[in-house]
Structures are given as structure tokens and as C-alpha cells.
Design a protein around this ligand. Structure first.
Ligand SMILES: C[S@@+](CC[C@H](N)C(=O)[O-])C[C@H]1O[C@@H](n2cnc3c(N)ncnc32)[C@H](O)[C@@H]1O
Length: 419
């Protein structure tokens, strides 16, 4: 049997690891892992603030004190850099979003044992934990969970009985319900999307409208399998990017916290100050484009999602800012070196898969300054290695932990081409 050993670090999936390579879930650095698998808490182990911790799939690291949480975020990023020998010149202290600031969430709602459960999926299982509290979500989102649960029960009762089901003939009967819930805090309040359900019948529709009105929703959309249908949107929904209110199509990407967005945008602003022409690739609604564009800076914003691209374009036109929105699939049709050569700098913020093809074209171009923002240190390090191979230097790396207490880590990085 193995000896008692100290937990030395937290691995990328959130388990504590000892020197001999033993793993322990829920451990903090400095804990002692005994031979029988029990943990003795060390100086960095704190009482998790949430009663659901350990069962809810939303958080993995609530047992860490602030110091070791910061160390985890920094290590994820610096290890990714070291794994490819990128030679980062400077790694900034990590930015961590405070509790109760996450402004978007994807949750699951299911009927279970005659009840409706809304929550993140349980860790390593398909079961849902009923969220009685949540320490990461913004209070406006948490406040809606209880009322939403009641609404879904009402809708279930209002739904027509399924043919062949049990129960007295002619009586409404609650069918098994499962839906995906998207919540985003926008300028007008909460944008709520329910996927997998339709409001069937007058009673269900009226219940939805009453709910939206009573809770002052910014928008309510339903998607029963044929695309989003807007049930309620008293005024057009927008998000503020830079100084511009940009239309927000249902389900669009928004950085998870406002302070996280500000950390990433702040890095891009600092690194691209005074640059006259910037290509913002995987631009989304224009988070970086609207922050960078101004009298001295023109920005091209390239994005594949059509509704997102159109929203960016409409906002740029209305604000009369030098942001030129381009609809383009940058995986299949990356900006080519001759197109990239028209820009003094590139900022790119691709999805988790990274941007292998687009980075190859950047490597082959004459662009001298690249700001790479990433939500996946692994794909980032692969792409970064290609830039370094073609003569770029990794000047600065800023770890950002927008998803507090989770293993999900983001970063901003600056690459300059060696003279
Ligand atoms: C991580 S988000 C970043 C969005 C934006 N930079 C921001 O901060 O809000 C990645 C964006 O890439 C877009 N995207 C995904 N695949 C793409 C592709 N093949 N070509 C271009 N854009 C793509 C997504 O629609 C999404 O808007």
C-alpha cells in the first residue's frame, strides 16, 4: 500500500497530484493524501462556499484558497507555453473574475420524479443537481431559476397529453420534459432562451408571456427544433461593446464576465495602441473591433456566424465607426497572406479548436504584430509554436480566469516578429 503523500499541484482536469503521480479529486496543494485515499486538509484547503460543490458539474476547484486558485490559472497557461518551448518573455499575474459575476450560463432542465430540476450537469455524470444557490452566476440569473422552474411545471401541465400514455382519458398529463436553458445578461436585462420546448396551446403561451413580463425579461426565445422563435422582446436586445450598443442575436457568444472581457480587451488595446489597421479574426459581435476602432485605427472584423456578422455590421454602420464587417469561414477560407499584408496587426480569438489554418497564413504573411486571445491553452500552444517557428517572439502572456472555480482557463498573448 502507498505511503501518505503531499498534494503538490492541481492537474488540468482539477485533480490534486502527488510526487508519485497519485490523483485525488477535491484536493488542494499542501493536503496529505493518505494510503487509504482519505485527505488531510493543508493550509490552502478552504471550505467550499457552495452546498452543491462536489455534485454540481459547474465548479471543480472551490476547495482552493485564492492563492492556489491563482497559481492553478497561471500554471495552466505557463505550462502550455513551456510544453512547446515558446520562451514567453513575460507572464503577467493572472486576472481572476470575482464570484457572482458570470453573465451567461447554459443550463439543463429536466423533469425528474415528478419535479423539474434546473442545473449544471453533475460532475462526471448525466445527472442534474437542483441549483438552490450558485456562487458563480450573476444574481440576476440566479434569481430567475426558481420562477423558471415553476413556469416549466405550468407548461408541462398545459402541454397536451401524449397518446398512449397512462392516466385518465381526457386528462392532461405531464410528459417527460427536457430542455436546454441559455441565460445571458444583456443591456436590457436577462435574455432567456429555452431549447427543446415549444409553448403549445394558448395556456402555455400566456404563461410564458406573463413570466417574461413579471420578471422583466429582456427577451424570451423558444426553440422547439426549428430555430429560435422570439416570444417576448419589448425593445431590441443589445450588448455594450466599447461604447457601442450591438444587437445580440439569440445564443451569440459573449465573454463570460464583464471584468474578464475588460482584461482581454485591455490587453489588446495596450498592445495595439496607435496601430492604424487591425484584422480582428473570429470577431464575434466585435468585442475587440469596437474597442480598438477609432479616428486613428481601422478594423476589419471577420466572423462566420451570419447573424452575428450582420449584427456587427449594423452596429458599425450606425455608430459610423471604421469597423468593416466581413462574413467569412476562417477554417475553410482563412485570410490569405496577401490579404493579411494590408494590416499592421492581427487580433484573433478563435473557438476551442484554435485556428490552425488561419495561423498558417499569418505565419506566411508579413504581419509583424499578433494578439492571440484563447479559451484553450492546448490549441493555443500548438498554434503559437507555428508562429514562433516562423520568427515570432512571445513577448507577453496574460492568464485570465473568467470561469472562477472551474478548470476552464483563458489567456491573451502578444507575438512580435523578430526583425
Ligand atoms: C471565442 S468566440 C470570440 C468572439 C469575439 N472575439 C469576442 O470576444 O466576443 C469565437 C468566435 O469565432 C466564431 N467562429 C467559429 N468558427 C468560425 C469560423 N470557422 N470562421 C470564422 N469565425 C468562426 C464564432 O462564431 C465566435 O463568434
Amino acid at each position: 500500500m502507498s505511503e501518505s503523500e503531499e498534494i503538490l499541484r492541481i492537474a488540468s482536469k482539477g485533480d490534486g497530484v502527488t510526487a508519485s503521480g497519485r490523483f485525488a479529486w477535491g484536493a488542494a496543494p499542501g493536503d496529505i493524501l493518505h494510503a487509504d485515499g482519505t485527505l488531510e486538509w493543508g493550509p490552502h484547503h478552504v471550505e467550499p462556499p457552495c452546498r452543491h460543490f462536489g455534485r454540481c458539474g459547474g465548479c471543480q476547484l472551490q476547495q482552493l484558497d485564492e492563492e492556489s486558485l491563482r497559481a492553478f490559472v497561471e500554471a495552466r497557461v505557463s505550462n502550455a507555453s513551456a510544453s512547446q518551448e515558446l520562451g514567453a518573455q513575460h507572464i503577467a499575474p493572472p486576472h481572476l473574475s470575482p464570484p457572482a459575476t458570470r453573465r451567461r450560463a447554459s443550463l439543463r432542465a429536466e423533469s425528474s420524479g415528478g419535479r423539474i430540476v434546473i442545473g449544471f450537469r453533475e460532475a462526471k455524470s448525466h445527472r442534474l443537481v437542483e441549483l438552490e444557490e450558485c456562487h458563480v452566476l450573476a444574481p440576476e440569473l440566479v434569481a430567475l431559476l426558481g420562477p423558471l422552474r415553476k413556469l416549466l411545471i405550468t407548461m408541462g401541465k398545459a402541454a397536451p397529453a401524449k397518446k398512449g400514455g397512462k392516466g385518465k382519458p381526457g386528462k392532461h398529463q405531464q410528459a417527460r420534459m427536457a430542455a436546454d436553458i441559455e441565460m445571458t445578461l444583456v443591456e436590457q436585462g436577462v435574455d432567456l432562451g429555452v431549447k427543446g420546448l415549444t409553448a403549445e396551446g394558448l395556456a402555455a403561451t400566456e404563461a410564458m408571456l406573463a413570466f417574461a413580463e413579471e420578471h422583466g425579461l429582456a427577451r424570451l426565445t423558444m426553440d422547439g427544433g426549428y430555430g429560435f422563435e422570439t416570444v417576448w422582446e419589448p425593445v431590441p436586445v443589445t450588448v455594450k461593446l466599447g461604447d457601442v450598443s450591438v444587437p445580440f442575436p439569440p445564443g451569440s457568444f459573449l465573454q463570460a464576465t464583464l471584468d474578464g472581457e475588460q482584461a482581454l480587451v485591455g490587453a489588446a488595446r495596450e498592445w495595439l495602441e496607435g496601430v492604424p489597421t487591425v484584422a480582428d479574426l473570429f470577431s464575434g459581435l466585435g468585442t475587440f473591433a469596437f474597442a480598438l476602432a477609432g479616428p486613428g485605427t481601422k478594423v476589419l472584423a471577420a466572423e462566420a456566424a451570419r447573424d452575428v456578422h450582420l449584427a456587427c455590421k449594423a452596429a458599425a454602420d450606425r455608430a459610423q465607426l471604421p469597423v468593416f464587417a466581413m462574413h467569412r469561414d476562417l477554417f475553410r477560407n482563412p485570410l490569405q497572406p496577401d490579404e493579411l499584408n494590408k494590416f499592421a496587426a492581427v487580433v484573433l480569438d478563435p473557438p476551442r479548436a484554435g485556428a490552425r489554418e488561419q495561423v498558417e497564413a499569418i505565419a506566411q504573411s508579413n504581419v509583424e504584430r499578433v494578439v492571440y486571445v484563447s479559451c484553450n491553452p492546448s490549441s493555443w500552444s500548438r498554434d503559437a509554436a507555428r508562429l514562433v517557428e516562423e520568427g515570432f517572439r512571445l513577448v507577453e502572456l496574460r492568464p485570465v480566469g473568467q470561469f472562477r472555480w472551474s478548470t476552464h482557463v483563458e489567456l491573451a498573448s502578444l507575438f512580435l516578429r523578430e526583425a
